[in-house]
Design a protein around this ligand. Structure first.
Ligand SMILES: [Zn+2]
Length: 81
């Protein structure tokens, strides 16, 4: 089921390029099969009817991780509050 701010393939590619093909958290090389586009600000926090929220689906809100469960939880812990 698609969520309103899911990343499009080109957006994910842009984020992957920005990271030089490496996981944003652990630095492993990303693998097309396993990599996972992760929202920095969570997808579900946006309102699809609010045009200002469109950036939730942009590459600025996208980090590509090699392993979403492990790397996403480490990433969230590392983010400043
Ligand atoms: Zn990783």
């Amino acid at each position: 089921m698609a969520r309103p701010f899911d990343f499009k393939t080109p957006t994910q590619s842009q984020a992957r390029l920005r990271q030089a093909g490496l996981c944003a958290q652990c630095g492993n090389s990303l693998d097309d099969e396993e990599e996972h586009a992760h929202h920095i600000i969570p997808n579900q926090s946006g309102n699809p009817r609010e045009p200002n929220h469109a950036w939730l689906a942009s590459s600025e809100n996208c980090v590509v991780l090699c392993h979403v469960r492990r790397c996403a939880s480490e990433l969230l812990r590392a983010l400043p509050r």
